[in-house]
Write a protein that binds this ligand. Structure first.
Ligand SMILES: Cc1cc2nc3c(=O)[nH]c(=O)nc-3n(C[C@H](O)[C@H](O)[C@H](O)COP(=O)(O)OP(=O)(O)OC[C@H]3O[C@@H](n4cnc5c(N)ncnc54)[C@H](O)[C@@H]3O)c2cc1C
Length: 141
């Protein structure tokens, strides 16, 4: 039961919170997959991802895998922070690997769902601003 996520005054079950989140991002065209990413590597101007036997490429990579840092270290990132368990990022969420970002708990932020969600939003807007140039406001009208 999650009682400290803003917007759910009576609390919400963890599984239900995830399901609502999935439905919400799918409404905006996100392709949500439950498959494990087995490998990630820099390739050309971006990254190559090995997921469920399929090779997917992307321009930017965002690591959001909480305590799982195997992909980060495979990319060449050196862990730091408390107990050397976290990925170091700059103020934009960028790691030492160009165009590779990290968000949420994997960066050593306090373990609260709202903090990781907010960090993901902050970094995502930063990537949009980088691509489009200039200040970007994501508000519905
Ligand atoms: C039992 C429990 C109860 C909690 N209760 C609360 C609470 O009441 N309130 C609160 O604010 N916080 C709570 N937390 C903490 C909260 O869940 C975390 O702080 C938050 O989820 C961190 O968000 P994140 O996005 O950084 O990582 P996560 O939400 O953990 O997401 C990481 C995701 O990456 C996926 N992943 C990792 N490696 C791979 C891979 N190779 N391929 C594909 N996917 C991968 C994982 O499967 C996971 O879905 C609780 C945590 C636990 C364990």
């Amino acid at each position: 039961m999650v009682n400290n996520y803003l917007g759910f005054p009576d609390g919400i079950g963890g599984a239900e919170l995830l399901e609502l989140g999935r439905r919400q991002v799918e409404r905006f065209g996100v392709d949500v997959r439950a498959d494990r990413v087995h490998a990630a590597a820099s390739e050309g101007d971006g990254f190559s991802i090995d997921v469920a036997g399929e090779r997917v490429t992307c321009r930017y990579l965002v690591l959001a895998s909480n305590k799982r840092t195997d992909l980060a270290t495979a990319l060449g990132l050196v862990l730091g922070g408390f107990g050397n368990k976290f990925v170091t990022v700059d103020s934009a969420g960028l790691t030492a690997v160009p165009d590779c970002y990290a968000v949420g708990r994997i960066t050593g932020l306090p373990s609260q769902a709202a903090i990781s969600a907010g960090d993901g939003a902050r970094v995502a807007i930063g990537i949009v601003q980088r691509i489009r140039g200039g200040y970007y406001v994501d508000h519905d009208v």
